[in-house]
Design a protein around this ligand. Sequence first.
Ligand code: FAD
Length: 504
Amino acid sequence: MSGEGRQAIVVVGGGTAGWMTAAALVRFTQAKVTLVESDAIGTVGVGEATIPQIRLFNAGLGIDEAEFLRETRGSFKLGIEFAGWNGEGSRYMHAFGHIGQGRGILPFHQYWLRARAEGLAKDLSAYSLNEVAARALKMQMWRQQPGQPTPDMPCAYHFDAGLYAAYLRRYSEAAGATRIEGKVARVERHPDSGLISAIHLDDDRTIEGDFFIDCTGFRSLLLGEALGTGFDDWTHWLPCDRAIAVPCETRGDFTPYTRSTARKAGWQWRIPLQHRIGNGHVYCSEFMEDAEALDILLANLDGKPQAEPNQLRFTTGTRQKHWVGNCLAIGLSAGFMEPLESTSIHLIQSSIARFLQMLPGKQVEPAIAEEFNRQASFEWERIRDFLILHYWANGREGEPFWDLCRAMELPDTLTAKVEQFRAGGYIHREHEELFTEPGWLQVFVGQGIVPESWHPAADGMGDDQLAEMLAQIEQGIERLTADMPGHIEFLRAYCAPQDQRKSA
Ligand code: FAD
């Protein structure tokens, strides 16, 4: 095929964002897809924890899950444990999936709030299948059986970021994407329209296109530098601005969850993969020197470091528009929020999905770009609020960084959420905001925001009935968990090549 007449989309950058974008474009469009990346510049080299929606992305591409986990040395993730966020020694989990089961019009947590006040309830965690399984280091997936309910245990992945990009590169090239190795030196814009007409590499090669997707990472070469799109800085809400990442030997528990441990001026992640553990310390440079941050990280590893520490600097915030003219930024070039809830790769995925829905022809309609930007702003701001909640509602009194976080002024949208929850446990998920009611609930409660009242309809159940309902849910979860294999055993069996796979 000559490619003549086909829309030419140029993806600049070959990190996770670039290759996810290229893979989706070759799968779902007829466009001629060219990806330019520079090995000399490299990728950010982090981004290894995800949320369950990633499974939809991979499934959409037709990727075999077992092969994918084998190739990326991945593991399963049932949630994130937050250690020390509500004070030293505290511990809670934001587990994926439901908490308990609602009755009638009421969500489960309304009954739980009442039962808690009456001394009838256990910790919220007892009613989360994901959390109970995660803490027992178990994992399971159920095949749908006709006429039988399938337990709801959503999961995501941990994977090696470099291997994921490499996997998607193989996928994309096999499906027709063209990769060009080279360094972009200059972006050419049409003198009248201001649209990008071509990019020029430092060896004088020129790549023309109809549409350009900026996946150049923090530098934001096209949207930020060439088009001068402004940046909204959110540092006053999410003050961490540095991270050091280092992989270490696999030791300790092979947890089917990410761990986030609060430190003096930030927090540390732990992501278990098949071949290593990914670790990183995210911190605020105003309150901690790089050397101290590194010492803290190295002192808190499961095993020996496996590589030189990777020092990263960032500013939390977002480009004021992600789509300008014939350029869309996806990934770090569009902005960055804390990796605290593993949302960046998801934001890549949702930008891709949105772009595919709005795919322009050779002519770009400003109204479409505007709608894209409106939806993206909504999504980013709601995620931002959820992340801020973790910092603001911390219980680490007496530590200057954390004291400052507790004193910050919240965005109005978050203030409203906190007030509504405090007023009787009301949680509202607006439109398509990412985090669901159980997510907000677990973070509110885990960080010590527990309403003393509940929906009046929760009083409609007798004490015995309430106690029985709670016991049934708890016992059901315990029974299911007892029958699950360990995470490691499940993963080994699941990822075994087809001919060696035992039927699960
Ligand atoms: P990059 O990986 O930086 O890729 C940029 C690409 O652009 C590279 O290929 C580079 O070569 C190319 N490039 C740049 N300039 C040029 C040029 N002039 N010419 C040619 N090519 C060029 N996300 C999660 O979802 N989960 C996590 O757990 C998570 N943890 C994170 C931890 C930290 C500390 C940080 C900073 C980020 C984390 N993220 C996480 C975010 C995640 O890493 C990124 O969203 C993801 O890796 C996508 O990055 P990217 O592809 O946009 O940029």
